[in-house]
Design a protein around this ligand. Structure first.
Ligand SMILES: Nc1ncnc2c1ncn2[C@@H]1O[C@H](COP(=O)(O)OP(=O)(O)OP(=O)(O)O)[C@@H](O)[C@H]1O
Ligand SMILES: CC(C)(CO)[C@@H](O)C(=O)NCCC(=O)O
Ligand SMILES: [K+]
Length: 244
């Protein structure tokens, strides 16, 4: 009997990430910026995926249905069943915290699902285009928070003010800025880090798990007693669990 080969795809707002797995083993993984055209990026990747001959494709997408249709089309050459994960009221024991579960982002939910059922308290921090915070107590999702992250905040400042022209700078310091560029970059960093610290400060046993493109950066500036880990592939882990 051959071990099943599968393709797991995570389509975020900015990046596409994937795993090619054989049984439990991750054979290849990758991450690519897609900006606005994930379907075109997939067309370029489909040969690589095709060579692997997956028998199943599991997808997490935060994109709209039109983009998802184009993604399906791009994957047609694989000639393989494709399924999109959807938020469920309960799955693997996880109780979803939203009033209307279908409104919760699938990326957030899969990240929560990845960690659910360990009899622990987590704060899951998605450090992507948006910064998301989700609270999980064992198998119960308590809900969460959505903040614009670094680049969205910087764009909003540039658009909403006359005098804040924001040259590209680094989100690398929490010190008081002595020029506009530093004041903006340090301010945005202070806001994001401060929000996370405030949320978990009352409970040092709540474990932080950071994931997404800016996880390492944010991790560096957090100064709290809580255990903190960075897990790049948290969503893909949740996706695989969803389909198992
Ligand atoms: N304008 C930009 N210039 C440079 N980097 C950017 C820009 N916008 C976003 N990024 C970076 O792209 C990465 C996006 O993160 P990530 O891949 O986790 O998010 P995503 O795939 O868009 O998922 P999500 O939908 O959860 O935001 C971050 O590291 C972010 O800093
Ligand atoms: C918040 C984002 C953009 C984070 O990627 C995504 O999870 C999403 O589109 N969510 C839908 C809205 C919600 O989660 O309430
Ligand atoms: K994501």
């Amino acid at each position: 009997m051959t071990t099943p080969r599968k393709l797991w795809l995570d389509l975020g707002n900015t990046r596409l990430k994937y795993w090619l797995t054989e049984g439990e083993e991750i054979i290849t993984s990758g991450a690519e910026l897609h900006l606005q055209s994930p379907a075109d990026l997939l067309l370029g990747l489909v040969d690589r995926f095709s060579n692997f001959q997956p028998s199943f494709v599991g997808v997490s997408s935060v994109l709209d249905s039109q983009a998802n249709q184009r993604i399906k089309k791009s994957l047609k050459p694989l000639n393989t069943p494709i399924e999109f994960a959807q938020v469920l009221a309960t799955s693997h024991g996880l109780i979803t915290g939203y009033d209307h579960i279908e409104k919760l982002g699938i990326d957030r939910w899969l990240q929560v699902l990845a960690l659910s059922g360990q009899q622990k308290k987590f704060c899951i921090v998605g450090c992507g285009t948006a910064l998301t915070l989700d609270l999980l107590d064992d198998e119960t999702h308590l809900g969460g928070y959505i903040l614009p992250s670094f680049y969205l905040q910087r764009e909003a400042l540039a658009q909403g003010t006359r005098r804040v022209q924001v040259p590209d700078g680094a989100f690398s310091n929490l010190g008081a800025g002595r020029n506009t560029q530093d004041a903006v970059h340090h301010g945005i960093l202070l806001g994001l880090v401060g929000a996370i610290e405030k949320l978990v400060r009352s409970d040092p046993t709540r474990e932080l798990v950071l994931t997404g493109g800016d996880a390492v950066l944010i991790r560096y500036f957090l100064d709290i007693p809580n255990p903190i880990t960075v897990e790049d592939d948290l969503l893909l882990r949740g996706l695989r669990r969803y389909f198992s």
